[in-house]
Design a protein around this ligand. Structure first.
Ligand SMILES: Cc1cc2nc3c(=O)[nH]c(=O)nc-3n(C[C@H](O)[C@H](O)[C@H](O)COP(=O)(O)OP(=O)(O)OC[C@H]3O[C@@H](n4cnc5c(N)ncnc54)[C@H](O)[C@@H]3O)c2cc1C
Length: 374
């Protein structure tokens, strides 16, 4: 793990992001300059090799950075890591000359990027996507719609999953690099009461979008398998991000509980208050152990399906359970946007959908555990 890098990330998260994030729960969006500061720190190129403009840190460091950033704001952290993931993918799979320009824009924080699987008609059942890619003279023609996409409202670039064969055939799905500024693409924002501004949640229509032959970054037969592989890493860092949000809420509650007097004594000396706080702390310790195991599995290149699913279920559920209880310990003060509780409660609910919804993962864990036992 790169301690020096993580120290800089902590300084940025606490000093720059957390104070700005208060406004994001009441409608404002992050300033573009903040993405550029994140870029200058190396957050958009964490796992890319130094020779390609990255930081060259390991997976465990990326997870730790995501955890720290989510403690300040889950949405901003997710927005950054989604752009990072596309930069990494271009670096690993794209043809060097073709990706040089977009890579520079992504790493400098000038351009956002997204991974687009979900559609209005399908989420969990990814094999049922209806966006199509048709081979035409000199390239591909894309038609369809993607929705509920992190960075979807402002991304300049997307990796779009599309069906190249019959609808429902998972082996027919390919992945394409799409410039979202070309004719035929119409982007839109998705807003909800659960703050979406720092996530940049949105979608886009693709109406006869013409792509060159080399835009296909994963061919049918490999794209579906590749996403299932990648998703173990994503589940692991989302677990860590939930741990980071709960830690931030514990820190805020601890500080407030030490100084707020009720019936003549600090809140943290009231047994019931203390018991709830301790329960959250113990639950976080357990969740972190499971997350650490998933980080080790992914880092070693082992089969991380079970470990990553267990980590995500555990940490998401832990955050969803204890964040509202910690808000309760704060009294009305906890509702103020300068505290993280309301943003983190919304984010923990969102984390329960992204990269595999909790119920789907529970079924997956049951199946994998049964297979292990036979
Ligand atoms: C804020 C936000 C950001 C997102 N960002 C992205 C992104 O960047 N890229 C992207 O591609 N997608 C993204 N998503 C979409 C996310 O991946 C989907 O929400 C998720 O896959 C679930 O799909 P769905 O919402 O369509 O729910 P559905 O698939 O319709 O499921 C609805 C509910 O039923 C349950 N369910 C469905 N089928 C089963 C089953 N067989 N067994 C048990 N339970 C089941 C699910 O667990 C869920 O609780 C984002 C979503 C949100 C909310």
């Amino acid at each position: 793990m790169s301690r020096a890098f993580l120290d800089k990330v902590t300084h940025f998260a606490k000093g720059r992001v957390a104070p700005e994030a208060a406004a994001w729960s009441i409608g404002a969006a992050p300033e573009p300059a903040l993405y550029q500061e994140a870029a200058a720190l190396g957050l958009l190129g964490m796992e890319l090799p130094k020779a390609r403009g990255g930081q060259g840190v390991d997976f465990a460091t990326r997870v730790a950075a995501c955890e720290i950033m989510a403690g300040a704001d889950f949405g901003f952290a997710m927005s950054l890591v989604n752009t990072h993931n596309i930069a990494l993918r271009l670096c690993e799979e794209g043809q060097v000359a073709a990706v040089e320009q977009p890579l520079a824009a992504l790493l400098s924080g000038q351009m956002h990027a997204c991974t687009a699987l979900t559609e209005p008609g399908t989420g969990s059942d990814f094999a049922a996507i209806r966006t199509t890619a048709r081979q035409v003279d000199g390239g591909w023609l894309l038609d369809g719609e993607k929705s509920w996409i992190i960075n979807g409202r402002q991304a300049g670039l997307a990796v779009v999953y599309a069906q190249c064969a019959e609808i429902g055939d998972s082996s027919g799905i390919g992945a394409f690099v799409v410039d979202l500024t070309v004719p035929g693409v119409t982007r839109y924002a998705i807003d909800s009461a659960f703050a979406q501004t720092s996530l940049g949640t949105g979608g886009f229509h693709l109406d006869g979008v013409k792509l060159p032959q080399e835009a296909m970054i994963s061919a049918p037969g490999t794209a579906f398998k590749a996403i299932l592989q990648e998703i173990n890493a994503a589940r692991t860092y989302v677990a860590a991000m939930c741990d980071g949000m709960l830690q931030a809420a514990l820190d805020s509650a601890a500080a407030y509980g030490a100084q707020r007097l009720s019936f003549g004594k600090p809140l943290n000396q009231i047994p019931r208050w203390h018991a709830e706080f301790d329960a959250a702390e113990r639950a976080l310790t357990q969740a972190r152990d499971v997350t650490r195991h998933a980080v080790a599995q992914v880092s070693q290149g082992a089969d991380a399906q079970l470990a990553a699913a267990e980590a995500k279920i555990g940490s998401v559920t832990c955050a969803q359970t204890h964040l509202p209880r910690l808000l309760q310990l704060m009294g009305a003060e906890g509702l103020r946007p300068e505290h993280p509780f309301t943003r983190h409660i919304a984010a923990a609910q969102i984390a329960g959908f992204t990269d595999g919804a909790t119920n789907i993962l529970k079924d997956r864990v049951a199946r994998l555990t049964a297979r292990k036992e036979t």
